[in-house]
Design a protein around this ligand. Structure first.
Ligand SMILES: C[S@@+](CC[C@H](N)C(=O)[O-])C[C@H]1O[C@@H](n2cnc3c(N)ncnc32)[C@H](O)[C@@H]1O
Length: 338
């Protein structure tokens, strides 16, 4: 079964193939305003359920993909600043303006949150998909949907590709690729969000550390993490059967694939980097590995629980600041990529 993926990988590894074949044309998902609306409102509803009653003023998103729609929905909801950090420039002004106007209409119509039937892959599932009137009261909607405010967001979208060295404050910063923790000021943001992204990030521990640095104390992280093989195998957990060498082949010359870290790695990094977990909604699947022998050497010690967790939705707050020097101390020669 692996053979097909290894063969494809060999083709994807040919030097120069990335100039002929664009591996990263689109991500799917955020090119649809209803998807972005659904994702944003789910994260927001979950935050409310977890006792976070104020809306974030400054927000950052990892891996927005095709459009900045999730963050634009956050701006419409009242945020004043949004940092979008990606490693591939998928998104452009025209697409963001279109998604933005569609999002505004969804808010103006007090549209219910799109159901699982429409987006079966979005996690988490909610118990109530009504438009959240408890968060967006009529008075509040009047303020956030004021035409001058919306025009200000539109202007920020139009300026998203203009270098921001003017020192002038903006509502939106699109940083691609981001490779320096200083892309966001230390202890400045209220919320960091991602949807189907953390499983792709190679420097995962450095990213958890960066999130600790960027967040204000008690700031919230909200991540939906898919731990499945994402098309790299016939089975949902087949990615754990490849040796490192085979995996390098499967990845080929793509900028990113998946980092293959199991659930417990995320939990460890959350603890190591000063976060207190508020909710952890795991999705489970039956392991297709008949025995340990089918797992690659580095995954043989994976716990039984890790082998059956196919994804999770986690919200956590920053409890304390972890200095980067402590991480360096603990990990000896560990030097972050930025
Ligand atoms: C599966 S797509 C998800 C896109 C979008 N969040 C959605 O819900 O449709 C994964 C995204 O993660 C981004 N990504 C991969 N590695 C990253 C990194 N180190 N930092 C930020 N984004 C990254 C990819 O470029 C891509 O935009």
């Amino acid at each position: 079964m692996k053979f097909k993926y290894l063969l494809k990988g060999i083709v994807k590894s040919i030097p120069g193939i990335e100039y002929i074949y664009n591996f990263h044309r689109k991500t799917g998902g955020t090119n649809n305003a209803r998807y972005c609306y659904s994702v944003w409102l789910r994260h927001l509803m979950m935050a409310h359920e977890n006792g976070i009653n104020s809306l974030p003023v400054k927000i950052a998103e990892l891996g927005p993909g095709d459009s900045l729609g999730i963050g634009l929905a956050a701006l419409i909801s009242g945020a004043e600043k949004y940092y979008a950090l990606d490693i591939v420039r998928y998104s452009n002004v025209a697409c963001n303006l279109k998604i933005f106007d569609e999002l505004v209409t969804l808010f103006k119509n007090r549209t219910p949150i799109p159901l699982e039937a429409e987006f079966p892959n979005i996690r988490p599932a909610l118990t109530n998909y009504d438009f959240p009137k408890q968060i967006f009261t009529e008075e509040y909607l009047k303020i956030i949907l004021d035409e001058n405010r919306l025009q200000k967001i539109r202007n920020s979208i139009k300026a998203m590709d203009v270098p921001d060295d003017s020192g002038k404050e903006r509502m939106l910063y699109y940083r691609v690729p981001w490779n320096d923790v200083r892309v966001i000021e230390r202890e400045s943001v209220d919320m960091i969000i991602s949807q189907a992204v953390l499983q792709h990030i190679d420097d995962l521990e450095v990213t958890y550390q960066a999130m600790n640095e960027w967040l204000k104390k008690e700031g919230l992280i909200s991540h939906s993490i898919d731990l499945k093989s994402m098309g790299s195998s016939d089975s949902w957990d087949g990615h754990w059967s490849y040796s490192d060498m085979e995996w390098r082949l499967v990845k080929g010359r793509k900028n990113y694939l998946i980092n293959r870290e199991p659930y417990s790695t995320h939990i460890k990094y959350l603890h190591d980097h000063g976060f207190k977990i508020l909710c952890d909604k795991k999705s489970r699947a039956v392991s297709t590995m008949k025995n340990e022998a089918q797992l690659a050497k580095k995954f043989k010690t994976m716990s039984g629980e890790d082998r059956t967790i196919s994804g999770t939705f986690i919200q956590a707050i920053k409890q304390y600041f972890v200095s980067l020097s402590l991480v360096v101390e603990e990990f000896g020669n560990f030097i972050p990529a930025f």
